[in-house]
Write a protein that binds this ligand. Sequence first.
Ligand code: AMP
Length: 380
Amino acid sequence: MSFASLGVSPALVSALAEQKYTKPYPIQEQAIPAILDHKDVLGIAQTGSGKTASYVLPILMNLEGKNTGSGRNINTLVLVPTRELALQVDDVFSSFGASLRYNVKSKAVHGGVSINPQMMSMHNVNVLVATPGRLLELYRAKAVKLDSVDTLVLDEADKMLNLGFKDELDRILSLLPTKRQNLLFSATLSPDIQNIERILLHNPLVIYIAPKELNIDLIQQVAYTVTDERKGPLLRYLIKTKEMKQVLIFTSSIYQADLVADKLKKNGIKARAIHGKKSQGSRNESMITFKNGSLTALVATDLLARGIDIEFLPHVINYELPRGPKDFIHRIGRTGRAENSGEAITFITKEDEHHFKVIQKKMKKQVNRLESDGLKLHGY
Ligand code: AMP
């Protein structure tokens, strides 16, 4: 199966090839023809399934010939739960949209930043990717008109509900024209999602993509026995001797995350801390630079790590143990996906021994132990 055989236009096929999308993913095989055919779609699929391109490509094609981007009227509205996702989706629209002969102007709007620049730049936008609260603010300020919306996407709808956006969603739906194409994506099919599905979708194509199983056996795990004082030097020793290019490091507190990142920087390793006390701007920058490879080490707390949307990481280091086995598996899970296998390293102090035993038991896996005593950490 090729993108061309799904009906994707030659211009987009070459843009796909440039971005190394050689073959459509299963969700794309099913969604692209249906969306081109103006059908409603319910996609039960997670991040990593290729769901974004599965709707971006056909929406871009459907925009051809439409009276796009006039004044403050938009054609396509994509609602997403978070700023990170808004930026990512907008990026996919803009990068593929740039290869088209007709005008596509997409824009991401989200809370947590000043609304004024967003209001000023709404002119001639035809694809708007928005978090629900900020969209309503822009609507109330008359910066955006919703009368011409003919395509609605709810992406990560389950997360939107979890974050408490139900009322905003209802309000937005009441403002949209009733005749439109609806595309709903969610990682799970909870009763809440089924409710939305009933209101929103007309005779939809339902696509179910089973979540990729996390295979713990794919993760190469080791644990170093180490004292608290030697943790910092050991961390830097490992990053340098293993020539790590992208490593996610976990600490148990904000204070430690800052401390570890500062020490790494002082030792010439490009590092940033990401946690709840950092501004949105700083978090965005950390994520972008970590993803594009210009940052070597990202030091995170568990809470923030949930928002780190990277499919596969070559290295994860547990500088400190998390509170429970679930968090532990969540942390190291990013290094064991499908055909990829990465490495998870855990630092264990004497005090951690019992807790780590519990984690290993829950994980049903005995982790290889290495002593750090013999390592020459001087100078690291
Ligand atoms: P998503 O599930 O939309 O977040 O996509 C997950 C990742 O897969 C993104 O980094 C995409 O760039 C990538 N991707 C999506 N579709 C394809 C494809 N057909 N071939 C290769 N990479 C893809």
